[in-house]
Design a protein around this ligand. Structure first.
Ligand code: NAP
Length: 256
């Protein structure tokens, strides 16, 4: 236990189960003293989340489907009422149609493209806009991205394009919110076996290549990602904003 996030309220969006990257971050944030708010999409997801946090104190569960402006407004109204001030926001949300992750990228439909962009990129802008007024004492926001935004990983397809938009959004949000003392960053995570990752056909190949090629010769863990997130959420990173921070064992630096 450390006190890097003591007395801080942190909203974590995107915990589906104990394998979720968001859960790895939530656990480390809790270890660092944060008060947590976790979101779920609907009743089915709420039940799973309730089981996951059973017996843990100081965790508030609230609904939010990020495709709904109404749901986002409702979420932050409740947080404002119950907590007053928000210190941290973790956006760990992405979605693409399975057919857009299995067919060649050139086949991506207009609907599929817009859906992936809406949930995986625009939602960061929408929640950042709603969270900022509650960050009256400054704050830190972070999202999760992947190397497929800059390089072609066959099968990552439309999600790579959405991640490129998400990373550019991170920089523009950092610019807009910086004068309010709010920092906006992204973690570019190495591959982790999660429900979302299962949707990417080439995922097990990618997971196998990293320990062969990455400088650290291993895949990253939820603990690795959680600890880096605590760094970005805490004052340890007080001078850092607009950054895409790689937590991938160094894989991104390799040419071959
Ligand atoms: P995950 O456990 O499946 O989490 C994805 C989350 O997105 C789920 O909690 C899901 O909610 C949520 N979500 C999808 N649509 C939503 C909507 N309309 N409204 C609200 N929430 C919605 O997978 P994960 O791998 O940890 O993904 C977290 C983030 O990390 C994603 O941005 C992903 O792209 C990124 N990332 C993952 C990897 C990897 O290898 N796993 C690598 C780099 C980056 P439900 O549970 O309600 O469906």
């Amino acid at each position: 236990m450390n006190s890097l996030l003591k007395e801080r309220t942190v909203l974590v969006m995107g915990v589906r189960n104990k394998w979720s990257i968001a859960w790895g971050i939530a656990e480390q944030a809790r270890e660092s003293g944060a008060r947590l708010i976790l979101t779920y999409q609907g009743d089915r997801e709420r039940e799973a989340l309730e089981k996951l946090v059973a017996g843990m104190e100081d965790i508030r569960l609230l609904p939010c489907d990020v495709t709904s402006d109404e749901a986002i407004t409702g979420l932050f109204a409740t947080i404002g009422r119950e907590f007053g001030v928000l210190n941290g926001l973790v956006h760990a949300i992405a979605y693409a149609k399975s057919e857009d992750l299995s067919a060649p990228f050139v086949e991506t439909s207009r609907d599929g493209f817009l859906l992936a962009m809406n949930i995986s990129a625009y939602s960061y802008v929408a929640v950042a806009r709603a969270a900022a007024p509650l960050m009256t004492k400054g704050g830190s926001m972070l999202t999760l991205t992947y190397l497929g935004s800059e390089r072609v990983l066959p099968g990552y397809n439309v999600m790579g394009v959405a991640k490129a938009a998400l990373e550019a959004s991170t920089r523009y949000l950092a610019h807009d919110l910086g004068e309010r003392g709010i920092r906006v960053n992204a973690i570019s995570a190495g591959p982790v076996k999660t429900m979302s990752a299962k949707g990417v056909k080439s995922f097990s190949d990618i997971l196998g290549i990293v320990p062969e090629k990455a400088p650290l010769r291993r895949n990253v863990t939820l603990e690795d990602l959680g600890r880096s997130a605590v760094y970005l959420l805490s004052d340890l990173s007080s001078g850092t904003s607009g950054e895409i921070h790689y937590v991938d064992g160094g894989f991104n630096v390799m040419g071959i």
